[in-house]
Design a protein around this ligand. Structure first.
Ligand code: PEP
Length: 358
């Protein structure tokens, strides 16, 4: 059964009206596959939901980051599923580890929320995942199975549920799970669902990965057979990082907006509003990135040179040199910060450069 690739952007508790509009503009201008291929859902803070919904391209959708556990009423500070439905918000993220950990949301409480949100017609991104201690204790599957079991006990229809496997140790830390680690948990979880829910649900439910995903590491993760998409936090706030949307099975580098569709705005310093910015460009290096093959990368870039001004850039992290379109600011190998050299419009990476431009 085909499972449509799913990309969620979790903006968490970040942004001003102007910053939110800027991200939406970038998303609206992005060249990505159609809705039939990839489902894109962004989740701004509550107060920005109407403005984002109003401005966002119609093939992308919005999600709230939480909803109250039952019918609204005298629950100051909460937002009910009914309110979201009334506002035309189709999705809600529930059980994010930040809420489980900081606000003590239990498996049962999250499961109740999932069941109530579904009963009101919302679609749910239900987050599960183990802490570092649990992983080191070898109980990762037990933990995610318990979290899933609590949900399974309260719902009978999984059509509108996406499970987001988000190891807590990978969220906002820059320590992304390796593709093998992610695939192992996704496959084990699917097997668990097969045995404890049904074969149909196991075959159809989308299990997406979240935890320090960015443009550099997303391609290899996306190639894992049981990984059906991403929930992206920090990188979804960066206007230049939207190309993780394009990394999925079978897509070619030339379809990456980094190489042929960056707008003027993205030439500016890339912005991040969360405090995980540093980590997303450091430890999240993907050593086996397909871009390790620099020859292939250069060929792809050269194919697009009519659309791009190529410059020589050196990576501050892995110390390699690349020919990249002027607007590319992340290292194609490790996603570290590129230092551009001021020799635009030349294809000779060996040309000496007078001075690095910041
Ligand atoms: C998240 O908040 O769901 C998340 C995965 O965050 P990050 O990508 O920043 O690790």
């Amino acid at each position: 059964m085909a499972r449509k690739f799913f990309i969620g952007g979790n903006w968490k508790c970040n942004g001003t009206t102007d910053e939110v509009k800027k991200i939406v503009t970038t998303l609206n201008e992005a060249q990505v596959p159609g809705e039939d291929v990839v489902e894109v859902v962004v989740s701004p803070p509550y107060v920005f939901l109407p403005v984002v919904k109003g401005l966002l391209r119609p093939d992308f959708h919005v999600a709230a980051q939480n909803s109250w556990v039952r019918k609204g009423g005298a629950f100051t500070g909460e937002i009910s599923a009914e309110i979201l439905v009334n506002l035309g918000i189709p999705w809600v993220i529930l059980g994010h580890s930040e809420r489980r950990q900081l606000l003590n949301e239990s498996n049962e409480f999250v499961a109740d929320k999932v069941a109530y949100a579904l009963s009101q017609g919302l679609k749910v991104i239900a987050c599960i995942g183990e802490t570092l201690e649990q992983r080191e204790a070898g109980i990762t599957l037990n933990v995610v199975a318990e979290q899933t079991k609590a949900i399974a006990a309260k719902i009978s229809n999984w059509d509108n549920v996406v499970l987001a496997y988000e190891p807590v140790w990978a969220i906002g830390t820059g320590k992304v799970a390796t593709p093998a680690q992610a695939q192992e948990v996704h496959a084990d979880l699917r097997k668990w669902i097969h045995e404890h829910v049904s074969a149909d649900v196991a075959a159809s439910v989308r299990i997406i990965y979240g935890g320090s995903v960015n443009g550099g590491n997303s391609k290899e993760l996306a190639g894992q057979p049981d990984l059906d998409g991403f929930l992206v936090g920090g990188a979804s706030l960066k206007t230049g990082e939207i190309y993780y949307i394009n990394w999925r099975n079978g897509m070619k580098a030339k379809e990456d907006p980094r190489s042929n569709n960056r707008n003027e705005e993205s030439e500016e310093e890339e912005e991040s509003w969360d405090d995980s910015e540093e980590s997303s460009s450091s430890e999240s290096c993907c050593p086996s990135s397909s871009f390790n093959n620099n020859k292939e990368y250069h060929q792809n870039q050269n194919q697009n040179q009519n659309n791009n001004v190529l410059v020589v850039a050196g990576c501050k992290s892995c110390l390699m040199y690349f020919m990249v379109p002027k607007q590319v600011e992340d290292c194609p190998k490790c996603t570290g910060q590129l230092l551009h050299f001021d020799r635009s419009q030349t294809n000779d990476p060996t040309s000496p450069s007078p001075s690095p431009s910041p």
